[in-house]
Design a binder for this molecule. Structure first.
Ligand code: PLP
Length: 401
């Protein structure tokens, strides 16, 4: 279609939202589908946060707010960074946006010129690549292998950067979607050094910070030195930690020059975040009724159960995730050894949805062909049943139709 921009013609819908929509449609038609495609907690937003939103409406907090966020929320975010990450920021370093997704593209729009290169370690969350293209910059994928627990090394990054002409940004995501992997202090330190040597901005997506297991600790790369803080924009939000995906609030903290410009860009695109959500998020960040920890513990139980269940299936392997609520088994054996002509993770997911009513996301969506992603934002009963169906589905591939 001639009237569409090149940018629009290149865009594909988010594969994770697509799978979820298809699964929901089948459920509406009365089909029992187990949905492991979802990227959101299955819990309700904690009561204390909902109460605060109701109060905000009654107090008529219903108007436009300052574009960068209300001062009370910025202060709550500053306190959060001090408390959780040992990071000190001023109000000028903070920008509140309608979701971490919006924060990320605001940063990329602010720092990327055409032909700038943005290094994205893979497997990676689906939207990074699209967002980089939307900013007319160039995504440069860097594969983190399963044998290295899906983490890139500083040496790998250094070698990659040497092949580039305009390396500008590294996107880091720990805990990671889709692998659940968490970078250690030492790993971050050496990756950070490579970025500093090459004058690269680090865009650190820490949205899964609160969902971390087995005593692992979340470290923000920005907290490792003053120099790293000055070269990093940290993105975080309330969607995953507080089960608030529909409320739409994310935030960034970074060097004033970047945040100021990102805020100006936002003032022309979305104006501000929903005023009621902003009030509720002051409460979410400042108070704690134990709900976040309860959710984390429940996710941890499900992860243990799911990981041992999946690893119990013949020829399926997964690395135990350390954070987030995803698990990504290697199913490549079944793609190479089946009687149904299924050779890609996408075809496998289509087959499992149609025939076994299991909604999964194909690894290819995350640049991880040979894998599928399960979200364990689902009940233990469904996880138990889902693993059985998955096993049956995989074994059916070995028989001729
Ligand atoms: C890694 C990652 N970053 C950012 C986001 C966006 O979160 P938000 O709901 O705050 O836009 C998601 C959501 O799935 C995610 O998985």
């Amino acid at each position: 279609m001639k009237r569409l921009s090149h940018r629009a013609r290149c865009m594909q819908p988010s594969p994770t939202l697509k799978v979820s929509a298809l699964a929901k449609k089948m459920m509406k038609e009365g089909i029992e589908v187990i949905n492991f495609g979802v990227g959101e907690p299955d819990f309700n937003t904690p009561e204390y946060i909902k109460q605060s939103a109701k109060q905000a409406i009654d107090n008529n907090y219903t108007r436009y707010t300052p574009s960068a966020g209300i001062p009370e929320l910025k202060q709550a975010i500053i306190r959060k960074f001090q408390r959780d990450n040992g990071l000190n920021y001023e109000a000028e370093n903070i920008l509140v946006s309608p979701g971490a997704k919006a924060s990320l593209i605001n940063v990329l729009m602010t720092v990327c010129d055409p032909r700038d290169e943005v290094v994205i370690p893979t497997p990676s969350w689906v939207s990074y690549e699209s967002q980089v293209w939307l900013c007319d910059a160039h995504p440069e994928l860097l594969e983190a292998t399963m044998s290295n627990n899906f983490k890139i090394t500083a040496a790998q990054l250094s070698a990659k950067v040497k092949t580039l002409s305009n390396p500008k940004v590294l996107i880091l995501n720990s805990p990671n979607n889709p692998t659940g992997m968490v970078y250690s202090r030492e790993e971050l330190q050496s990756i950070g050094e490579v970025c500093l040597e090459n004058d690269m901005i680090i865009l650190s997506d820490e949205i899964y910070e609160k969902l971390i297991y087995d005593g692992n600790q979340h470290i923000s790369i920005a907290s490792l030195s003053r120099e790293l803080q000055d070269n990093t924009v940290v993105v975080n939000g309330v969607s995953k930690a507080y089960a608030m995906t529909g409320w739409r609030l994310g935030y960034m903290a970074g060097p004033e020059a970047i945040v100021k410009k990102a805020s100006e860009i936002q003032s022309h695109t979305t104006s501000c975040v929903n005023s009621i959500t902003q009030r509720a998020c002051v409460t979410a960040l400042d108070e704690d009724d134990g709900s976040v920890e309860k959710m984390r513990q429940e996710f941890s139980r499900r992860r243990d159960f799911m990981c041992s269940g999946l690893n119990g299936i013949a020829h399926v392997n997964c690395v135990k995730p350390q954070g987030a609520f995803y698990i990504m088994p290697d199913v490549s054996w079944y793609l190479e050894n089946n009687q149904r002509g299924i050779t890609s993770s996408e075809e496998l997911c289509q087959y499992l949805l149609t025939n076994y009513h299991l909604a999964l996301v194909a690894g290819s969506a995350f640049r991880a062909e040979g894998f599928v992603r399960f979200s364990y934002a689902n009940s233990l009963d469904n996880i138990r049943k889902g693993i059985e169906w998955f096993d049956q589905g995989l074994q059916s591939l070995l028989k001729k139709s």
